[in-house]
Design a protein around this ligand. Structure first.
Ligand code: ZN
Length: 138
């Protein structure tokens, strides 16, 4: 079975493929009352057009530890943030959802790679369950 095509694994709670982003997940993650677990999320994406330096600098104003970096490869960017979410797919969907929601920052993009790491996981959480997608799903 091709894990990358396993729709149920990649779906956020709203049924969207996390790699395509979900604005509802993004909205949920902005709830200041949320007590959901905190994830450190990274999204590598390709942008059709180079992003202005100002967009890179301003992204931190959008929330907790938001950081947008240009990598050395042309048009490849890395967006990282701390996101509260009940599960890894939701955390990733929320951060990609930020890109979808903020078309003035990035208009055309293609997600290439995602990673969510559970910060302060409960005791007994296995190493494989602290990261999403699990290493065998990549
Ligand atoms: Zn969602």
């Amino acid at each position: 079975m091709n894990h990358r095509d396993d729709a149920a694994y990649w779906a956020c709670p709203h049924g969207q493929d996390a790699r395509l982003g979900c604005v509802a997940c993004y909205e949920d993650s902005r709830d200041p009352e949320s007590v959901a677990p905190l994830w450190e999320v990274a999204v590598w994406f390709f942008s059709e057009r180079p992003l202005p330096i100002k967009a890179l600098q301003d992204v931190h104003r959008h929330g907790s530890r938001f950081l947008l970096d240009k990598l050395s490869a042309p048009h490849i960017y890395l967006l990282t943030a701390h996101v509260r979410a009940g599960q890894g797919s939701q955390a990733v969907a929320g951060l990609v959802g930020f890109l979808v929601h903020n078309r003035h920052v990035v208009d055309e993009f293609t997600v290439q790679e995602t990673r969510a790491v559970l910060l302060s996981p409960p005791a007994g959480t296995s190493a494989a369950d602290r990261v999403w997608p699990r290493p065998d799903r990549r």
